[in-house]
Ligand binder design. Structure first.
Ligand code: HEC
Length: 172
């Protein structure tokens, strides 16, 4: 049994060890990926389908997977990616593998997370050249899963679409 004084000493020691480990954690630039994360499986299935679907581009020719080949490391291996109508961008596509864990998105870090990043490729004139509203509109006439997307996107407020756009700026 510890005396009261020893007890106090011990709890101070534990607190300082905890404080050191928290501050180490806070300054650590790289942390290991978690073994698993919780996610909504229905939304993930929809995301996977849309990732491969050129309907998100204005002329129906380019899908996310055109520039982010999941089987080849998540990029396209090109100096500059090619979007709709053969238009060439001015940066190369980074991998999207594990991009959920990036602390910022895009080469210059202009989007803070995937939600902010999402409108970029769809509305970028040299990538998919579309608008969110038109992409939603065209999805009305297609498969049920895309109708689900319409409802899903409609739950995103105009304000958040505005903020996604302003973050995405000219390039995506
Ligand atoms: C025409 C080619 C092209 C298409 C189509 C495209 N991307 Fe990209 N993607 C890029 C390029 C180029 C960048 C880097 C842009 C930058 O940093 O300015 C990028 C960046 C990203 C990033 C940021 C990754 C990081 O490490 O910062 C994500 C995530 C992403 N794209 C997802 C998507 C999704 C989802 C779609 C479909 C809705 C898509 N992309 C469609 C070329 C493309």
């Amino acid at each position: 049994m510890l005396s009261r004084k020893e007890g106090e000493k011990l709890s101070r020691l534990i607190l300082s060890v905890l404080a050191i480990s928290f501050s180490l954690e806070a300054t650590e630039p790289i942390s290991p990926l978690p073994q698993s994360i919780e996610y909504d499986h229905a939304k993930a299935a929809l995301g996977k389908k849309l990732f491969h679907d050129p309907i998100l581009s204005s002329d129906g020719t380019i899908a996310c997977v055109s520039c982010h080949l999941l089987e080849s490391g998540g990029d396209d291996g090109m100096k500059f990616s090619i979007g709709i109508k053969g238009r060439e961008g001015n940066v190369n596509s980074p991998t999207v593998l594990n991009s959920y864990f990036n602390f910022r998105q895009f080469w210059d870090g202009r989007a803070k997370d995937l939600e902010e990043q999402a409108a970029g490729p769809i509305e970028n004139p040299v990538e998919m050249g579309h608008s969110i509203e038109k992409a939603v509109e065209s999805s009305k006439h297609t498969t049920p899963i895309l109708r689900y997307l319409r409802n899903f996107i409609l739950t995103v407020s105009p304000l958040s679409i505005y903020s996604m756009r302003s973050q995405s700026s000219k390039r995506h």
